[in-house]
Design a protein around this ligand. Structure first.
Ligand SMILES: Cc1ncc(COP(=O)(O)O)c(C=O)c1O
Length: 448
Protein backbone atom coordinates (compact mmCIF):
# COMPACT_ATOMS: atom_id res chain seq x y z
CA UNK A 1 0.00 0.00 0.00
CA UNK A 2 2.55 2.54 1.18
CA UNK A 3 5.49 2.65 -1.20
CA UNK A 4 8.52 2.60 1.14
CA UNK A 5 10.80 4.08 -1.48
CA UNK A 6 8.45 7.02 -2.01
CA UNK A 7 8.12 7.35 1.76
CA UNK A 8 11.88 7.73 2.15
CA UNK A 9 12.06 10.25 -0.69
CA UNK A 10 9.19 12.32 0.69
CA UNK A 11 10.69 12.26 4.16
CA UNK A 12 13.91 13.81 2.85
CA UNK A 13 11.87 16.46 1.02
CA UNK A 14 9.90 17.28 4.17
CA UNK A 15 13.11 17.52 6.23
CA UNK A 16 14.66 19.88 3.68
CA UNK A 17 11.50 21.99 3.63
CA UNK A 18 11.41 22.09 7.41
CA UNK A 19 15.02 23.22 7.63
CA UNK A 20 14.55 25.98 5.03
CA UNK A 21 11.38 27.27 6.69
CA UNK A 22 12.72 27.38 10.25
CA UNK A 23 16.03 29.30 10.17
CA UNK A 24 15.57 30.89 13.61
CA UNK A 25 14.63 27.63 15.33
CA UNK A 26 17.62 26.05 13.65
CA UNK A 27 19.96 28.83 14.82
CA UNK A 28 18.64 28.55 18.39
CA UNK A 29 19.11 24.80 18.31
CA UNK A 30 22.71 25.28 17.18
CA UNK A 31 23.35 27.84 19.91
CA UNK A 32 21.79 25.50 22.49
CA UNK A 33 24.39 22.82 21.74
CA UNK A 34 26.82 24.79 23.90
CA UNK A 35 24.77 24.71 27.10
CA UNK A 36 22.05 22.05 26.79
CA UNK A 37 22.81 18.40 26.26
CA UNK A 38 22.17 17.74 22.55
CA UNK A 39 20.65 21.22 22.27
CA UNK A 40 17.43 20.57 24.20
CA UNK A 41 16.24 21.22 27.76
CA UNK A 42 14.66 17.77 27.99
CA UNK A 43 16.33 14.64 26.63
CA UNK A 44 13.45 13.32 24.50
CA UNK A 45 12.99 16.59 22.61
CA UNK A 46 15.72 15.34 20.26
CA UNK A 47 13.18 12.83 18.98
CA UNK A 48 11.02 15.41 17.18
CA UNK A 49 11.27 14.62 13.47
CA UNK A 50 12.88 17.33 11.38
CA UNK A 51 16.38 17.30 12.87
CA UNK A 52 15.64 19.98 15.46
CA UNK A 53 12.57 21.09 17.38
CA UNK A 54 10.47 24.14 16.62
CA UNK A 55 11.18 26.83 19.23
CA UNK A 56 7.91 28.27 20.51
CA UNK A 57 7.17 31.97 20.76
CA UNK A 58 3.68 31.95 22.29
CA UNK A 59 0.44 30.02 22.42
CA UNK A 60 -3.19 30.90 22.97
CA UNK A 61 -6.17 28.57 23.00
CA UNK A 62 -5.63 25.76 20.46
CA UNK A 63 -2.91 27.56 18.50
CA UNK A 64 0.70 28.61 18.91
CA UNK A 65 3.38 30.45 16.96
CA UNK A 66 7.07 29.74 16.63
CA UNK A 67 10.11 32.03 16.52
CA UNK A 68 10.06 31.96 12.71
CA UNK A 69 6.57 33.48 12.71
CA UNK A 70 4.64 30.34 11.70
CA UNK A 71 1.22 29.68 13.22
CA UNK A 72 0.17 26.14 14.11
CA UNK A 73 -3.03 24.34 14.99
CA UNK A 74 -2.05 22.50 18.15
CA UNK A 75 -3.37 18.94 18.46
CA UNK A 76 -0.54 18.06 20.87
CA UNK A 77 -1.53 20.54 23.56
CA UNK A 78 1.55 19.76 25.63
CA UNK A 79 0.65 16.05 25.47
CA UNK A 80 -2.40 16.79 27.65
CA UNK A 81 -0.83 19.43 29.94
CA UNK A 82 -2.69 22.11 27.97
CA UNK A 83 -5.71 19.99 27.05
CA UNK A 84 -8.08 22.89 27.62
CA UNK A 85 -6.04 25.17 25.35
CA UNK A 86 -3.12 27.46 26.09
CA UNK A 87 -3.51 30.26 28.61
CA UNK A 88 -7.22 29.94 29.45
CA UNK A 89 -8.31 33.38 30.74
CA UNK A 90 -9.73 32.25 34.12
CA UNK A 91 -6.49 30.40 34.88
CA UNK A 92 -4.34 33.33 33.77
CA UNK A 93 -6.29 35.72 35.99
CA UNK A 94 -6.17 33.54 39.06
CA UNK A 95 -2.51 32.62 38.56
CA UNK A 96 -1.43 36.24 38.09
CA UNK A 97 -3.31 37.19 41.23
CA UNK A 98 -1.70 34.32 43.13
CA UNK A 99 1.80 35.19 41.89
CA UNK A 100 1.32 38.73 43.19
CA UNK A 101 0.26 37.40 46.60
CA UNK A 102 2.94 34.73 46.93
CA UNK A 103 3.25 31.29 45.39
CA UNK A 104 4.62 28.88 47.96
CA UNK A 105 4.54 28.87 51.75
CA UNK A 106 4.66 25.27 53.02
CA UNK A 107 1.20 26.14 54.34
CA UNK A 108 -2.23 25.44 52.87
CA UNK A 109 -4.50 27.96 51.19
CA UNK A 110 -8.29 27.81 51.06
CA UNK A 111 -8.10 26.83 47.38
CA UNK A 112 -6.82 23.43 48.53
CA UNK A 113 -10.14 22.68 50.22
CA UNK A 114 -12.13 23.80 47.22
CA UNK A 115 -10.04 21.47 45.05
CA UNK A 116 -10.42 18.53 47.46
CA UNK A 117 -14.19 18.96 47.59
CA UNK A 118 -14.46 19.20 43.81
CA UNK A 119 -12.31 16.10 43.28
CA UNK A 120 -14.47 14.21 45.78
CA UNK A 121 -17.51 15.15 43.73
CA UNK A 122 -15.95 14.13 40.43
CA UNK A 123 -14.22 10.86 41.38
CA UNK A 124 -16.23 9.68 44.36
CA UNK A 125 -13.09 9.25 46.49
CA UNK A 126 -12.98 10.76 49.93
CA UNK A 127 -9.45 12.09 50.54
CA UNK A 128 -7.00 13.94 48.31
CA UNK A 129 -3.33 14.85 48.36
CA UNK A 130 -1.19 16.85 45.97
CA UNK A 131 1.99 16.36 43.99
CA UNK A 132 3.62 18.37 41.22
CA UNK A 133 3.60 15.76 38.48
CA UNK A 134 1.61 12.67 37.64
CA UNK A 135 4.85 10.73 37.94
CA UNK A 136 5.08 11.76 41.58
CA UNK A 137 1.40 11.09 42.22
CA UNK A 138 1.96 7.55 40.94
CA UNK A 139 5.15 7.09 42.94
CA UNK A 140 3.38 8.20 46.10
CA UNK A 141 0.36 5.98 45.42
CA UNK A 142 2.64 2.96 44.89
CA UNK A 143 4.51 3.64 48.12
CA UNK A 144 1.28 3.92 50.07
CA UNK A 145 -0.05 0.73 48.52
CA UNK A 146 3.09 -1.18 49.52
CA UNK A 147 3.08 0.36 52.97
CA UNK A 148 -0.48 -0.53 53.87
CA UNK A 149 -0.61 -3.97 52.30
CA UNK A 150 2.85 -5.03 53.47
CA UNK A 151 3.39 -6.48 49.98
CA UNK A 152 6.31 -5.45 47.84
CA UNK A 153 5.37 -6.22 44.26
CA UNK A 154 3.14 -4.22 41.96
CA UNK A 155 1.45 -5.18 38.70
CA UNK A 156 1.29 -3.16 35.49
CA UNK A 157 0.14 -3.91 31.96
CA UNK A 158 2.53 -4.48 29.08
CA UNK A 159 3.59 -1.24 27.33
CA UNK A 160 2.01 0.95 29.95
CA UNK A 161 3.41 4.38 30.73
CA UNK A 162 2.83 6.11 34.05
CA UNK A 163 5.66 8.64 34.00
CA UNK A 164 9.24 8.03 35.06
CA UNK A 165 8.26 5.55 37.75
CA UNK A 166 10.94 2.88 38.30
CA UNK A 167 8.58 -0.02 38.89
CA UNK A 168 6.75 0.50 35.61
CA UNK A 169 9.65 0.16 33.15
CA UNK A 170 9.00 -3.44 32.39
CA UNK A 171 7.70 -5.13 29.24
CA UNK A 172 7.07 -8.65 28.06
CA UNK A 173 9.69 -9.81 25.58
CA UNK A 174 8.46 -12.99 23.91
CA UNK A 175 6.22 -13.41 26.93
CA UNK A 176 9.08 -12.95 29.42
CA UNK A 177 9.08 -9.92 31.79
CA UNK A 178 12.18 -7.81 31.10
CA UNK A 179 13.48 -4.36 31.88
CA UNK A 180 12.03 -2.08 29.21
CA UNK A 181 14.30 -1.10 26.32
CA UNK A 182 15.89 2.26 27.10
CA UNK A 183 15.36 1.98 30.88
CA UNK A 184 18.10 4.32 32.09
CA UNK A 185 20.09 3.21 35.13
CA UNK A 186 17.32 1.38 36.99
CA UNK A 187 17.76 1.44 40.76
CA UNK A 188 16.42 -2.09 40.99
CA UNK A 189 15.74 -4.63 38.25
CA UNK A 190 11.99 -4.10 37.63
CA UNK A 191 11.41 -7.84 37.29
CA UNK A 192 12.03 -7.98 41.05
CA UNK A 193 9.53 -5.26 41.89
CA UNK A 194 6.89 -5.78 39.24
CA UNK A 195 4.67 -8.32 37.52
CA UNK A 196 3.52 -7.52 34.01
CA UNK A 197 0.70 -9.01 31.96
CA UNK A 198 -1.09 -8.00 28.78
CA UNK A 199 -3.98 -5.56 29.04
CA UNK A 200 -7.29 -7.39 28.51
CA UNK A 201 -5.74 -10.77 29.45
CA UNK A 202 -7.87 -11.58 32.46
CA UNK A 203 -6.58 -15.14 32.78
CA UNK A 204 -2.98 -13.96 33.06
CA UNK A 205 -4.10 -11.29 35.53
CA UNK A 206 -5.85 -13.87 37.68
CA UNK A 207 -2.74 -16.06 37.73
CA UNK A 208 -0.46 -13.13 38.56
CA UNK A 209 -2.61 -12.06 41.51
CA UNK A 210 -3.22 -15.58 42.83
CA UNK A 211 -0.08 -15.61 45.01
CA UNK A 212 -1.45 -12.61 46.92
CA UNK A 213 1.95 -10.95 46.88
CA UNK A 214 0.95 -7.94 44.76
CA UNK A 215 0.31 -4.70 46.63
CA UNK A 216 -1.56 -3.02 43.80
CA UNK A 217 -2.44 -2.99 40.14
CA UNK A 218 -1.52 0.35 38.57
CA UNK A 219 -3.33 0.91 35.31
CA UNK A 220 -4.82 3.46 33.00
CA UNK A 221 -8.50 2.56 32.59
CA UNK A 222 -7.96 2.72 28.83
CA UNK A 223 -4.37 2.45 27.65
CA UNK A 224 -3.27 5.62 25.87
CA UNK A 225 0.49 5.52 25.67
CA UNK A 226 0.93 2.73 23.16
CA UNK A 227 -2.00 4.02 21.20
CA UNK A 228 -5.52 3.95 22.54
CA UNK A 229 -6.30 0.39 23.66
CA UNK A 230 -9.84 0.06 24.96
CA UNK A 231 -10.79 -2.52 27.60
CA UNK A 232 -12.79 -5.48 26.36
CA UNK A 233 -16.35 -5.76 27.75
CA UNK A 234 -16.22 -6.96 31.34
CA UNK A 235 -12.52 -6.14 31.80
CA UNK A 236 -13.00 -3.57 34.54
CA UNK A 237 -15.61 -5.59 36.39
CA UNK A 238 -13.32 -8.63 36.52
CA UNK A 239 -10.24 -6.52 37.32
CA UNK A 240 -12.07 -5.12 40.32
CA UNK A 241 -13.35 -8.55 41.43
CA UNK A 242 -9.90 -10.13 41.16
CA UNK A 243 -8.16 -7.30 43.00
CA UNK A 244 -10.75 -7.35 45.80
CA UNK A 245 -10.65 -11.13 46.10
CA UNK A 246 -6.85 -11.18 46.45
CA UNK A 247 -6.50 -8.15 48.73
CA UNK A 248 -4.77 -6.20 45.94
CA UNK A 249 -5.35 -2.46 45.73
CA UNK A 250 -6.46 -0.90 42.46
CA UNK A 251 -4.87 2.38 41.36
CA UNK A 252 -6.40 4.02 38.32
CA UNK A 253 -4.16 6.55 36.59
CA UNK A 254 -6.48 9.13 35.00
CA UNK A 255 -3.73 11.47 33.79
CA UNK A 256 -4.58 10.98 30.11
CA UNK A 257 -8.06 9.53 30.46
CA UNK A 258 -9.33 12.82 31.88
CA UNK A 259 -10.15 13.17 28.19
CA UNK A 260 -13.14 10.87 28.78
CA UNK A 261 -15.09 13.34 30.90
CA UNK A 262 -15.02 15.67 33.93
CA UNK A 263 -14.35 12.78 36.32
CA UNK A 264 -12.19 10.86 33.90
CA UNK A 265 -13.02 7.33 32.83
CA UNK A 266 -13.63 6.45 36.49
CA UNK A 267 -16.75 8.59 36.59
CA UNK A 268 -17.77 7.89 32.99
CA UNK A 269 -17.67 4.10 33.48
CA UNK A 270 -18.60 3.98 37.17
CA UNK A 271 -15.30 2.40 38.27
CA UNK A 272 -14.51 1.84 41.95
CA UNK A 273 -10.74 2.20 42.39
CA UNK A 274 -9.02 2.35 45.77
CA UNK A 275 -6.80 5.16 44.58
CA UNK A 276 -6.85 7.54 41.62
CA UNK A 277 -3.96 9.60 40.27
CA UNK A 278 -4.29 12.60 37.95
CA UNK A 279 -1.82 15.13 36.60
CA UNK A 280 -1.19 17.23 33.51
CA UNK A 281 -4.51 18.85 32.48
CA UNK A 282 -5.94 19.55 35.90
CA UNK A 283 -4.15 22.86 36.43
CA UNK A 284 -4.54 24.29 32.92
CA UNK A 285 -0.84 23.93 32.11
CA UNK A 286 0.65 24.79 35.52
CA UNK A 287 2.52 21.85 37.12
CA UNK A 288 0.19 20.07 39.53
CA UNK A 289 -1.07 16.58 40.24
CA UNK A 290 -3.30 14.86 42.77
CA UNK A 291 -3.95 11.44 44.17
CA UNK A 292 -7.11 10.44 45.96
CA UNK A 293 -8.24 7.44 47.95
CA UNK A 294 -11.17 5.92 49.76
CA UNK A 295 -12.09 6.22 53.42
CA UNK A 296 -10.83 2.67 53.98
CA UNK A 297 -7.41 3.44 52.45
CA UNK A 298 -7.16 6.56 54.59
CA UNK A 299 -7.86 4.49 57.68
CA UNK A 300 -5.10 2.05 56.76
CA UNK A 301 -2.66 4.86 55.98
CA UNK A 302 -3.26 6.39 59.39
CA UNK A 303 -2.64 3.03 61.03
CA UNK A 304 0.76 2.57 59.43
CA UNK A 305 2.29 6.05 59.27
CA UNK A 306 3.16 8.55 61.97
CA UNK A 307 3.05 12.33 61.91
CA UNK A 308 6.57 12.39 63.32
CA UNK A 309 7.97 10.70 60.20
CA UNK A 310 5.61 12.32 57.70
CA UNK A 311 8.25 14.65 56.23
CA UNK A 312 10.85 11.99 55.50
CA UNK A 313 8.84 9.03 54.28
CA UNK A 314 9.41 9.27 50.55
CA UNK A 315 6.11 11.04 49.87
CA UNK A 316 5.80 14.76 49.43
CA UNK A 317 7.94 17.59 48.11
CA UNK A 318 8.65 21.16 49.13
CA UNK A 319 6.67 22.60 46.25
CA UNK A 320 3.88 20.02 46.25
CA UNK A 321 0.69 21.63 47.54
CA UNK A 322 2.00 25.11 46.74
CA UNK A 323 -0.48 27.96 46.54
CA UNK A 324 0.13 28.61 42.84
CA UNK A 325 -0.62 25.06 41.69
CA UNK A 326 -3.74 24.97 43.82
CA UNK A 327 -4.99 28.30 42.51
CA UNK A 328 -4.45 27.04 38.95
CA UNK A 329 -6.23 23.77 39.74
CA UNK A 330 -9.15 25.61 41.25
CA UNK A 331 -9.49 27.95 38.27
CA UNK A 332 -9.21 25.03 35.84
CA UNK A 333 -11.74 22.81 37.58
CA UNK A 334 -14.11 25.69 38.33
CA UNK A 335 -14.15 27.45 34.97
CA UNK A 336 -12.31 25.55 32.23
CA UNK A 337 -12.28 21.76 32.51
CA UNK A 338 -16.03 21.75 32.99
CA UNK A 339 -18.94 19.69 31.74
CA UNK A 340 -19.59 22.20 28.97
CA UNK A 341 -15.96 22.03 27.82
CA UNK A 342 -16.37 18.29 27.26
CA UNK A 343 -19.69 18.87 25.51
CA UNK A 344 -17.84 21.06 23.02
CA UNK A 345 -14.62 19.06 22.65
CA UNK A 346 -15.96 15.52 22.29
CA UNK A 347 -18.16 16.14 19.20
CA UNK A 348 -15.20 17.95 17.61
CA UNK A 349 -13.05 14.87 18.28
CA UNK A 350 -15.74 12.75 16.65
CA UNK A 351 -15.60 15.05 13.61
CA UNK A 352 -11.81 14.53 13.51
CA UNK A 353 -12.32 10.74 13.58
CA UNK A 354 -14.94 10.84 10.84
CA UNK A 355 -12.68 12.98 8.64
CA UNK A 356 -9.70 10.64 9.00
CA UNK A 357 -11.95 7.59 8.66
CA UNK A 358 -13.38 8.89 5.37
CA UNK A 359 -9.87 9.23 3.91
CA UNK A 360 -8.85 5.78 5.16
CA UNK A 361 -11.98 4.29 3.56
CA UNK A 362 -11.59 6.24 0.31
CA UNK A 363 -8.05 4.91 -0.21
CA UNK A 364 -8.78 1.53 1.37
CA UNK A 365 -5.83 1.94 3.74
CA UNK A 366 -5.22 -0.87 6.27
CA UNK A 367 -5.35 1.69 9.10
CA UNK A 368 -7.82 2.57 11.82
CA UNK A 369 -8.66 5.62 13.87
CA UNK A 370 -9.82 5.44 17.48
CA UNK A 371 -11.16 7.88 20.03
CA UNK A 372 -11.57 8.22 23.75
CA UNK A 373 -13.46 11.37 24.68
CA UNK A 374 -11.54 14.22 23.07
CA UNK A 375 -8.42 12.12 22.34
CA UNK A 376 -8.09 10.56 18.91
CA UNK A 377 -5.42 8.62 17.12
CA UNK A 378 -4.78 6.93 13.82
CA UNK A 379 -2.86 3.70 13.82
CA UNK A 380 -1.26 1.66 11.06
CA UNK A 381 -3.27 -1.54 11.45
CA UNK A 382 -6.71 -2.48 10.18
CA UNK A 383 -8.43 -2.96 13.53
CA UNK A 384 -7.75 -1.43 16.94
CA UNK A 385 -5.19 -3.28 19.06
CA UNK A 386 -6.42 -5.23 22.10
CA UNK A 387 -3.19 -5.08 24.05
CA UNK A 388 0.21 -3.41 24.21
CA UNK A 389 2.04 -6.09 22.22
CA UNK A 390 -0.37 -5.89 19.31
CA UNK A 391 -0.11 -2.11 19.29
CA UNK A 392 3.68 -2.11 19.57
CA UNK A 393 4.00 -4.64 16.74
CA UNK A 394 2.19 -2.31 14.35
CA UNK A 395 4.35 0.72 15.04
CA UNK A 396 5.98 2.17 11.96
CA UNK A 397 8.49 4.79 13.16
CA UNK A 398 9.37 6.14 9.70
CA UNK A 399 5.75 6.51 8.65
CA UNK A 400 4.94 8.06 12.03
CA UNK A 401 7.74 10.57 11.67
CA UNK A 402 6.75 11.39 8.11
CA UNK A 403 3.09 11.97 9.03
CA UNK A 404 4.18 14.13 11.91
CA UNK A 405 6.68 16.25 10.00
CA UNK A 406 4.53 16.62 6.89
CA UNK A 407 1.66 17.80 9.11
CA UNK A 408 3.97 20.23 10.90
CA UNK A 409 5.17 21.66 7.59
CA UNK A 410 1.51 22.39 6.81
CA UNK A 411 0.82 24.10 10.13
CA UNK A 412 -0.42 21.21 12.27
CA UNK A 413 1.27 19.89 15.42
CA UNK A 414 0.35 16.29 16.25
CA UNK A 415 1.40 14.59 19.49
CA UNK A 416 4.59 12.59 19.10
CA UNK A 417 5.61 9.72 18.95
CA UNK A 418 2.57 8.09 17.55
CA UNK A 419 0.12 10.34 15.75
CA UNK A 420 -2.37 11.32 18.39
CA UNK A 421 -4.61 14.37 18.38
CA UNK A 422 -6.17 15.99 21.39
CA UNK A 423 -9.08 18.25 20.62
CA UNK A 424 -9.55 21.17 22.98
CA UNK A 425 -12.87 22.88 23.65
CA UNK A 426 -11.51 25.93 21.82
CA UNK A 427 -10.46 24.10 18.64
CA UNK A 428 -12.55 25.14 15.64
CA UNK A 429 -14.34 22.94 13.11
CA UNK A 430 -12.28 24.67 10.39
CA UNK A 431 -9.11 23.37 12.06
CA UNK A 432 -10.49 19.84 12.16
CA UNK A 433 -11.52 19.94 8.51
CA UNK A 434 -8.17 21.45 7.55
CA UNK A 435 -6.49 18.46 9.22
CA UNK A 436 -8.63 16.04 7.19
CA UNK A 437 -7.54 17.76 3.98
CA UNK A 438 -3.87 17.75 5.03
CA UNK A 439 -4.08 14.10 6.09
CA UNK A 440 -5.26 13.14 2.63
CA UNK A 441 -2.78 15.36 0.83
CA UNK A 442 0.23 13.90 2.63
CA UNK A 443 -0.66 10.23 2.22
CA UNK A 444 -1.71 10.37 -1.43
CA UNK A 445 1.88 10.80 -2.71
CA UNK A 446 2.93 7.66 -0.81
CA UNK A 447 0.41 5.30 -2.39
CA UNK A 448 1.42 2.77 -5.04
C1 LIG B 1 -0.93 7.85 32.07
C2 LIG B 1 0.21 8.71 32.49
N1 LIG B 1 0.50 8.82 33.79
C3 LIG B 1 1.51 9.59 34.23
C4 LIG B 1 2.29 10.30 33.34
C5 LIG B 1 3.41 11.15 33.86
O1 LIG B 1 3.15 12.48 33.71
P1 LIG B 1 4.31 13.53 34.04
O2 LIG B 1 5.36 13.30 32.99
O3 LIG B 1 3.65 14.85 33.89
O4 LIG B 1 4.80 13.24 35.38
C6 LIG B 1 2.04 10.21 31.99
C7 LIG B 1 2.85 10.95 31.02
O5 LIG B 1 2.73 10.85 29.83
C8 LIG B 1 0.97 9.40 31.55
O6 LIG B 1 0.67 9.29 30.26
Amino acid sequence: MINRHLLQERMIEEQTQFSINHPRSKALFERAQDSLLDGVPMNWMVKWPGGFPVFVDSGKEAYFSDVDGHQYIDFCLGDTGSMVGHGPDPVVEMVVDRVRRGTTFMLPTEDAIWVGEELQRRFGLRYWQTALTATDANRFALRLARQITGRHRVLVFNWCYHGTVDETFITLRNGVPSSRRGNIGPAVDPTITTKVVEFNDLQALEQALADRDVACVLTEPVMTNIGIVHPIPGFHKTLRELTRRTGTLLIIDETHTMCAGPGGYTQAAGLEPDLVTVGKAIAGGIPAAVYGFSEEIARRIRQTTTVEDADTGGIGGTLAGNALSLAAMRATLESVLTDSAYRRAIPLAQRFVEGVQSVIAKHDLPWNVTRLGNRTEYWFRRSPAQNGSEAAASMDPLLDRYMHLASLNRGILMTPFHNMALISPVTTTESIDYHTAVFESIITPLLE
